[in-house]
Design a protein around this ligand. Structure first.
Ligand SMILES: *Cc1c(COP(=O)(O)O)cnc(C)c1O
Length: 483
C-alpha cells in the first residue's frame, strides 16, 4: 500500500489480485450447483472470528484467501438453486458487477446534482409505469420492505394529521389513529406501527379466510367498531404475496373499502408485487394500481443483489412533506453541486445513501422487464410442479393452496409437527435443499418458496427424494425414542 494514501502502491500487483477476486466470484456462481446449499458451521471456524482488533496491515491476498476458506462456504446459500427457505432472491452475476461499479464510484445518493440520482429518478418513473401510477407519484430505494412500510405509515400519518404533527408529536394529537392489516401480514407492519410511535395496540389484525385473504366483513366491522369508539381509522395494509403461503388479498375490494372509509390504502407487495411483470400473473394483483403506496423489494423476485427495497407513493407532495427538513448545510441552489432539489434525502430517513439504483437499473436494462416477468412466472410453474409431486406421493400432504410460488406441505406420520421440524433441519444440514418451516392451521409445515431464478424441476425432484428419505429415517428415530 502507498504510504500517503490508502490506495495501492503497486497498481499492477493490485490489478492481478483484483482479477483473482473477480474470477473467484464468477467461479462460485458458475459452479454453485456443485456446492451444498448450506452447511453447519464448525465451531473452530466461528472461533477464528473472535480475534483482537487488527492494529497492523494484512496483505489483501491473505484476507481474500480467508474469505474463500472461512466465509464464502458458510453463508446462508440463497444464491443456490436448492435454497427455498423464507423469501430470498438469488442475485445475478450482472447485479454483482453493477455493485462493483457502484462501489468503485462510491457516490452518496443523499443528494447533490449528479446523474446517479437521475438513475434513481429514472427508476421511479419506470416503477410508476409498472404499477400504473400517475406522474406526481414519488419513490425511493430503501434497504427493504420493512423500511418501505415504515415510510408509508409515516406519510399516511402526516397526510391524516397534517404536517403540524411533525412539530408537536403524537402526544399532543387528540385523534387516536388505528390501522388495519391481516393476520397473514408480515410482522414488520406491526413493528413499523410501533416505530412510528403509534403503539402496537393501534394495529387491528383482521382474520383471513381459507385462501389466506383478509376477511372483508371482519375488516368492515372492525372499522365501524373503532369509529363508534371515537378512534380514527387511517391506514389499511393489504398484502400481495403473504410470507406463509403466498396469498394475495383482494386488493380491489380493499381499495373500495379504503375509499369509502377514507383510509390510506397501502400494499405490502414485498415479493409479490413484481408478479405484475408477468402478463399471466398480473390479473391476480388487480387493484394494486389504486393503492396510495406500495412497498416491495427488488432483492426478492427481482433478483437484484441485497439490498434493494422500494417505496412508491401516489401523492409525491405528501411524501416529501413527511420527510423534508431544512438545514443550513443542506441548502439548495439552482446551479452548482447543490442544485437538483428535491433530493432523495427529502423523501426518507436516510441522508447518506448508497447507489442501490445502479444495480437495479442495470438489472432492468440488461434483462428487460419482459424476461424478468417470464422468470417470475417460471418460479410459479416450478411451485406448481412441486405441488403435483406432493399430490402424487401418498406419504406427503399439501397443507395450503399454492397461490403463487410458495408450497407448504408435510410428511405424514405420528407427532407430525416434531417429525416435520426434524425433516426440515435434516434437509438443511444435508446441503441438498433448504426449505424453512411455518405454521399452517396450527400444524408445522415444510415451506418451499421458489424465488430463486436458478431453481428448476430437478431441484424439486431432489427435494422430494430427500424429504421421503429423511422422513423415513426421522420416523424410525422417533419410534426408537418412544420405545
Ligand atoms: C420479505 C417481506 C417483508 C420484509 O421485507 P424486507 O425486505 O426483508 O425488509 C415484508 N413483507 C412481506 C410480505 C415479505 O415477504
Amino acid at each position: 500500500m502507498s504510504a500517503e494514501t490508502l490506495d495501492p502502491f503497486d497498481w499492477d500487483a493490485f490489478r492481478r489480485q483484483a482479477h483473482r477476486m473477480l474470477d473467484d466470484m464468477l467461479d462460485y456462481t458458475q459452479h454453485i450447483r456443485e456446492r451444498p446449499v448450506w452447511q453447519p458451521i464448525p465451531q473452530a471456524i466461528r472461533d477464528t472470528f473472535r480475534e483482537p482488533l487488527p492494529l497492523d496491515p494484512t496483505d489483501l491476498a491473505m484476507v481474500h484467501d480467508r474469505f474463500m476458506r472461512d466465509i464464502l462456504p458458510y453463508s446462508a446459500g440463497n444464491a443456490h438453486p436448492g435454497f427455498m427457505g423464507w423469501v430470498n432472491g438469488g442475485g445475478t452475476p450482472v447485479g454483482m458487477l453493477a455493485e462493483m461499479l457502484a462501489a468503485g464510484l462510491n457516490t452518496n445518493l443523499g443528494g447533490r446534482d449528479q446523474i446517479p440520482i437521475e438513475i434513481e429518478r429514472q427508476l421511479v418513473r419506470w416503477v410508476r409505469d409498472i404499477f400504473g401510477f400517475p406522474e406526481g407519484a414519488s419513490g425511493l430505494l430503501v434497504t427493504g420492505t420493512s423500511v418501505a412500510n415504515l415510510i408509508a405509515i409515516l406519510v399516511a400519518r402526516t397526510a391524516r394529521l397534517g404536517i403540524g404533527v411533525r412539530q408537536t408529536g403524537l402526544a399532543n394529537v387528540e385523534e387516536k389513529l388505528v390501522g388495519y392489516t391481516s393476520s397473514a401480514a408480515h410482522l414488520c407492519i406491526a413493528k413499523a406501527i410501533d416505530m412510528a410511535g403509534l403503539g402496537r395496540e393501534a394495529l387491528r389484525v383482521i382474520g383471513v379466510d381459507s385462501a389466506g385473504q383478509m376477511d372483508l366483513a371482519a375488516l368492515r366491522s372492525a372499522v365501524e367498531r373503532d369509529r363508534a369508539e371515537g378512534l380514527t381509522p387511517f391506514f389499511l395494509a393489504g398484502t400481495a404475496g403473504t410470507v406463509d403461503i403466498g396469498a394475495v388479498d383482494d386488493l380491489s375490494a380493499l381499495a373500495d373499502i379504503a375509499q369509502s372509509e377514507g383510509l390510506w390504502f397501502h400494499v405490502d407487495g414485498a415479493y409479490g408485487a413484481l408478479a405484475i411483470l408477468s402478463p399471466e400473473l398480473a390479473p391476480r394483483l388487480a387493484g394494486i394500481e389504486r393503492a396510495d403506496s406500495i412497498a416491495f423489494d427488488f432483492h426478492k423476485w427481482g433478483q437484484v443483489p441485497y439490498d434493494a427495497g422500494f417505496i412508491l407513493v401516489r401523492d409525491g407532495a405528501a411524501h416529501q412533506s413527511t420527510f423534508d427538513f431544512p438545514a443550513a448545510y443542506l441548502r439548495r441552489e439552482t446551479r452548482g453541486l447543490a442544485a437538483g432539489s428535491p433530493w432523495p434525502c427529502d423523501l426518507g430517513p436516510d441522508l447518506s445513501r448508497g447507489f442501490r439504483a445502479l444495480k437495479t437499473w442495470v438489472t432492468l436494462q440488461v434483462y428487460g422487464v419482459r424476461r424478468l416477468g417470464e422468470m417470475i412466472a417460471h418460479t410459479c410453474a416450478v411451485a406448481q410442479y412441486l405441488k403435483r409431486c406432493i399430490e402424487q406421493e401418498p406419504q406427503l400432504e399439501l397443507l395450503a393452496p399454492v397461490s403463487l410460488n410458495i408450497v407448504c406441505f408435510r410428511f405424514r406420520g405420528d407427532y407430525a409437527d416434531e417429525l416435520n421440524r426434524r425433516i426440515a433441519v435434516a434437509l438443511q444440514e444435508s446441503g441438498i435443499a433448504a426449505p424453512s418451516t411455518t405454521i399452517v392451521n396450527d400444524a408445522i409445515a415444510i415451506r418451499a418458496a421458489i424465488v430463486n431464478h436458478r431453481t428448476g424441476f430437478m431441484d424439486i425432484d431432489a427435494l422430494i427424494a430427500a424429504t421421503l428419505a429423511f422422513g423415513q429415517r426421522v420416523r424410525q428415530e422417533m419410534n426408537k425414542d418412544v420405545d
